[in-house]
Write a protein that binds this ligand. Sequence first.
Ligand SMILES: Cc1cc2nc3c(=O)[nH]c(=O)nc-3n(C[C@H](O)[C@H](O)[C@H](O)COP(=O)(O)OP(=O)(O)OC[C@H]3O[C@@H](n4cnc5c(N)ncnc54)[C@H](O)[C@@H]3O)c2cc1C
Length: 802
Amino acid sequence: MKTTTQAVIIGGGVVGCSVLYHLTKLGWADVMLLERSELTSGSTWHAAGGFHTLNGDTNMAALQGYTIKLYRELEELTGMSCGLHHVGGVTLADNQDRFDMLVAERAKHRYMGLETEIVSPEEIAKIAPITNLDGIVGGLYDPLDGHLDPSGTTHAYAKAARMGGATIELHTKVIETNQHPDGTWDVVTDKGTIHAEHVVNAAGLWAREVAAMAGSYVPLHPMEHQYIVTDDLAEIYDRDREHPHVMDPAGESYLRQEGRGLCIGFYEQPCKPWAVDGTPWDFGHELLPDNLDKIEASIEFAYKRFPILETAGVKSVIHGPFTFAPDGNPLVGPVPGLQNYWSACGVMAGFSQGGGVGLMLAQWMITGECERDVTAMDVGRYGKWITPGYTRPKVIENYQNRFSVSYPNEELPAARPHRTTPMYDIFSDLGAVWGHQFGLEVPNYFAQSDEPDFETPTFRRSDAFSATAREVKAVRAGVGINEVQNFGKFAVTGVGARAWLDRIMAGRIPQPGRMSLTPMLSPKGRLWGDFTVSCLSETEFQITASYGAQEIHHRWFLQNSANNTQVENISDRRNGFQIAGPRARDLLTACSRDDVGAMKFMDVRRMTVGQVACTVQRVSYTGDLGYEIYCDPMDQRQLWWTLWHAGQPMGITPFGMRAMMSLRLDKFFGSWLSEFSPDYTAAETGMDRFISFKKNTNFVGRAAAEAERANPPARMSVVFEVDADDADVVAYEPVFIDGEVKGFCTSGGYSHHSGKSIALALIPRAFAADDLEVEIEIMGQMRRAKRIATPLFDPDGAVMRG
Ligand SMILES: Cc1cc2nc3c(=O)[nH]c(=O)nc-3n(C[C@H](O)[C@H](O)[C@H](O)COP(=O)(O)OP(=O)(O)OC[C@H]3O[C@@H](n4cnc5c(N)ncnc54)[C@H](O)[C@@H]3O)c2cc1C
């Protein structure tokens, strides 16, 4: 066995083998996979082998598309069979909401170039004749759906990797991973120790145990899962072609042909987490005992949907465990807090996602970034707050919701509230209807006593509409207040702080007492963050960005650290309020003896507000006259009562995220992971106006940003007013120009201030005339939209700056 290597991959399931193959494909030959038993000895060997492209996240869907197309490449390269059955599949909709969801998915696919199709019950009868269509409204047909041989595919990845130079050691169990001070690793096995530059945890069912060897926790949990294979059925084997897949979300089942019979699996409600306190090391090539009681209700439903099953004999029952993250997406990338340690875990659909996971991870390890935004599967999307006690109920919820309609305004209840600020009970008493972000409770809106205290999930305008309208009006006409809890905040201190910020941020770094906005770029010029930088002194800065991205940003800061600069994540150690609206200055003046009037737009000051020591920034994402007032969370309630009492004569009104997202539309402000994300460059999104090409620093991404300046990118961000009815743009709706799909929406919504439906979109620069008229597909309807170039509130910034 080799004793040194560039990268050790722990685990020879489909995911580990895909990572190994992709590393060799992208140029690393000196890589090694360690497997404690034979390849496929975890979840992989007993998978049903189905694959599909459908995923609520567009990037995940694209990576699933990549995975499916990769199998032919693997077969050609290795001469091995993956046992591919490209039979297509249909997802059924038994009610209007489910149909709406499929229609919205289909609309997204138009821009992605996926050839899915909405089909009527009559068409479903032809595609999948064994289906009882009672109550079926329609379906979504995907020609890419199919299934394969899990073992053959894993071995094909392994052979392709070996052909690229990789080594695979079977019957070699990793028992320790110990880091050297230089960041390299000793991987200790029962056959000896290997010194590796990088370690990848692809240990599937044992990922928790392997992560613990490095002192880390990976938020996933195994769940028991069952599928049944029937005896031969004449209605199936007499057909002239293979029966396609049928996903029946109402019955929480997936069905396909298996040999001369059928195979049907269930995501049952009475589901069971497996190996709660850890996966036994002696588990491997056995199945769990059959548990047909658990799926009894699902089977009964399936008999109605597929009557042919009722008389079919059962050939075998496959009951095995596989792992899920709390949101069901994989956990991939550099593990926060560790150096050269990578995660490729929590892949619940290894045959749909394994290829994409392998490709992204290999790009990340070799080049430092991926070609697309992988936030949806980034292991850094969870923070240190996550525990097994949170993960388990969330994983159960995710399993149970696997086939549920997923709505854009939906807030899933399991394991909540998990983290709350000192304002939780005060806001609850004021009628807060809560959402959550990165484990933290955040008010979406404040319901009055005669309004519902729960926002009904919908694809259309929700029952939060009137409350949101009221809050928007209160901000624009008087003064609104909300918390600044959901910003990611960092303290950057030390003699090197300015130089470090100048290198890591592309924009201008402000002078003491001032603030600036700046993009943070990847080396290839893609957006890594949109930051507000506040200079408190030459050696002390506060920087703020997305709350949900804090762990990902912090990881990047540590990877790019400097000796004379300290970067601390203070997201939950600084809290406070934003006050916004024409009376905001009056309110702050009433609460402080400091010279509030002297503060100009984008000034930052230390100030005593009431009796609380605060840092006050004159800026507001509402686009209005406004201030962000930060304090120690221990002082936050005191600060609240000061502002709240002083604001009463001014009609102070609490507002939530729904109002905030409407207010920002008035000013065409983009938001993180919608307009601004690693999928886009600064010039595509208009963020290039904040890049300081004048500064004398070789900031990260400079060469790429300069190249873009010399040669503007093909697409650009524009704003449309949409002739919408009761549903607004959410994201990824296709934009038709002269009848052809040319772009897509990045976000949108209803501007309550202007009474208009607004869409932000990326379209080809060549089409971006001021008077451009387009059509946008919303919920299957073509909606006329015209470009608007002037913000709907305070177009010249006089209010914001005044
Ligand atoms: C009943 C069932 C049906 C399924 N159907 C489908 C389907 O139709 N389509 C689909 O896409 N997915 C399906 N899945 C899920 C699929 O099986 C998983 O997504 C996939 O197998 C995950 O692969 P993995 O490589 O991440 O993990 P695993 O397959 O668990 O592999 C991990 C490997 O790591 C090794 N290992 C662990 N610890 C160590 C160590 N310390 N040292 C050395 N080696 C170690 C293990 O021996 C194992 O071989 C199904 C799962 C089940 C249970």
